[in-house]
Design a protein around this ligand. Structure first.
Ligand code: HEM
Length: 454
């Protein structure tokens, strides 16, 4: 008969202060903390945190168990409560029947046929980006690559899913998302939370940012309602959706939460993936050469189309490998509803399960020389042999990222067009430090020089 061990028998990091448990260490080191502890304690361990039960799991099979096999016993972890403050009850943070209904409503906007219709739009936006940066090419001036890609990914979400309803707001959205990420991370790190009405600096900032987000996103809804126009975009789909039983449409608050969620989830992650991809290519000239050859031979100087893009196999491997090296969402969390068993340990109800994507993507038992950039790993035969959850940049199970295919298509188009047009050199003084808040942004700005290729 199998005997289960108690959860408090799980190993835990040694150094911990009376008040904050392992949190002080975690706050300081974040990613390195998880890497070190996995090496020392194994694929499952607990973190001593006051006010919460937290365990860390980094074995692909157990991750599959949480995300897929027994997903009904898990809700989103405590971290999502902080995200919810800003995003409300949108797709990323909602649960249960409500989430299921909303997901059903939004899903058709991401179907294959819809993505095919968005293709030309993605090309158009990438061309606009090229027109904007072209005057910097062949000069000594550098561009702020992060910023240009931020604008590009925002423009793509805006034009494909919201019919350009949000205009000229890149800087404002960048500011709001950055500030919100900082506040969310501080809240996640802090076991003791003062109520929102206490006027701490964090709470005051939180209120200001929320107010600005509300203004921006409610005004989008108002504008669309006033125009009384319908477009075949996500916004119209959500606005026209009716509850099957009551026949009621979504309230402005529900709409605000859904569109803000898609907006935020839909651009920052892709921008980060693109930025790190340019960095990796720029520092791996051999791989850069291979991808350029493929682009030149396949596109033949033409713009990408939904057909010819399929021939860019190596580019797809570059994208996959880039998200292995730098997964834009570097960590995920769930919480047990009822008690459960993982690796023979009885996990109590209401326990947070952290799944550090970054750690699994750099596990040398799975990935040979994990810190090397080797797109060839993703050639079909090689990757087929690995456990499906050795690589999960988009999560998995029923809560798999709704925008995964959108993001891949978008990255293929943007990379193919920018690489076709320019030789891109990241400033040699760029230091690739990580800033692991909600997403895995580079800590330092990436400046780049552009050289025209033809
Ligand atoms: C490289 C780009 C992207 C990455 C790495 C990424 C990553 C992820 C991950 C890991 C999750 C799962 C979170 C969890 O289960 O806790 C997720 C969910 C989600 N993503 Fe993405 N994402 C990307 C692009 C996008 C895009 C382009 C959109 C929309 C246009 C989007 C919208 C969403 C939404 C709405 C959810 C919540 C889905 C649900 O729970 O039903 N993401 N994403």
């Amino acid at each position: 008969m199998l005997t289960t061990k108690k959860m408090n028998q799980l190993p835990h990091p040694n150094s911990w202060s009376l008040l904050f448990g392992n949190l002080t260490q975690l706050r300081k080191e974040r990613i390195q903390f998880f890497i070190n502890q996995q090496k020392e304690l194994g694929d499952i361990f607990q973190i001593k945190v006051p006010t919460r039960k937290v365990i860390v799991v980094s074995n692909p099979e157990w991750i599959k168990y949480v995300l897929v096999d027994n997903n009904k016993n898990f809700t989103k972890s405590f971290a999502y409560d902080s995200i919810k403050i800003f995003l409300g009850n949108g797709l990323l943070t909602s649960e249960g029947e409500y989430w299921k209904r909303q997901r059903r409503l939004a899903q058709p906007a991401f179907h294959k046929e819809k993505l095919a219709l968005m293709f030309n739009n993605m090309v158009e936006q990438s061309q606009k980006c090229i027109n904007h940066i072209d005057s910097f090419a062949d000069t000594d001036q550098s561009i702020n690559l992060n910023k240009e890609l931020y604008k590009l990914t925002l423009d793509i979400v805006n034009s494909t899913l919201f019919y350009n309803e949000v205009d000229n707001t890149t800087d404002r959205i960048y500011h709001l998302v950055s500030k919100a990420s900082e506040i969310i991370s501080k809240r996640i790190d802090s076991p003791f939370q003062l109520p929102d009405w206490v006027p701490t600096l964090n709470n005051i900032n939180q209120r200001i940012i929320l107010k600005e987000m509300d203004e921006l996103f409610f005004s989008i809804i108002d504008r669309r309602r006033q125009k009384q126009e319908s477009h075949e975009d996500l916004l119209s789909m959500l606005m026209e959706a009716k509850d099957e039983e009551t026949g009621e449409g979504m309230s402005n608050q529900q709409l605000r939460d859904e569109i803000l969620t898609i907006f935020v989830a839909g651009h920052e992650t892709t921008q980060i993936a693109l930025s790190w991809t340019f960095y990796l290519l720029s520092t791996n000239p051999e791989k850069y050469k291979i991808v350029l050859k493929e682009i030149d031979e396949t596109l033949n100087g033409e713009l990408p189309t939904a057909i010819n893009i399929r021939g860019l196999h190596y580019l797809k491997q570059v994208i996959d490998e880039s998200m292995r090296c730098f997964p834009p969402a570097w960590i995920m969390g769930r919480k047990t509803i009822e008690k459960d068993v993982i690796d023979g340990y009885e996990i109590e109800a209401d326990t947070n399960i952290i799944m550090p994507i970054y750690v699994v993507h750099h596990d040398e038992r799975i990935w040979e020389k994990p810190y090397e950039f080797k797109p060839e790993r993703f050639a079909m035969d090689e990757v087929k042999e690995k456990h499906k959850y050795s690589y999960f940049p988009f999560g998995g199970g029923p809560r798999l990222c709704i925008g995964n295919n959108f993001a891949i298509q978008e990255m293929q188009v943007c990379l193919a067009m920018l690489l076709q047009k320019y030789k891109i050199e990241i400033d040699e003084n760029f230091v690739p430090e990580l800033d692991p808040l909600v997403t895995l942004r580079p800590k330092n700005t990436m400046f780049a020089k552009l050289w025209k290729r033809n």
